[in-house]
Design a protein. Sequence first.
Length: 189
Amino acid sequence: MQEELKIFYQIFSTTKDAIEKFMNMLDPVIQNAADEHERLYYHHIYEEEEQRLSRLVVLIPLIQKFQQVKDEKEFSPANNEFNRLLQELNLEKFGLHNFVEHLDLALFRFTDAERSSLLNGLREVSYKDYQQIKQMLLDINSRFDTNFVDPHAHHDDHHDHLERSQPVSVATHAPQTKQRRGFTVGSLI
């Protein structure tokens, strides 16, 4: 468990720094928004990341505390504080998923080379970290519960946009038109 804690500490410390950079990028956009929609849109994202930041400020010291534990019995579901750590880690896994999506959304607005480069770099690291955290937590949870099923696994379904190997480029596409079905008795059901 100690090796996993070291990885969690590194990932969430990196994430904390990335969130701070992202929030610094969003702040002037919110302050100088062209309209109320733009201001609310980025303010909402900003507040979600601000909440994550406040949770990470609590989680990172909790990880550090467990890094000092020498007795393996402390890493047990019978230990309430260890359960809290696992719950916080699972919550932040989902937060990391949302962060990747927030970075993707920002890439539609910040198309200049400097900011899009920064966002793509943050996104690449965050996506890799998300995948690693997801697998680590699946492994850890399965140690304690042989019937463990990730309650958030469905969030990755139909999220092909999360996995991409190339930086995002914003392009406009003609809307796809849906072909209408003809009227049949079967279509009434």
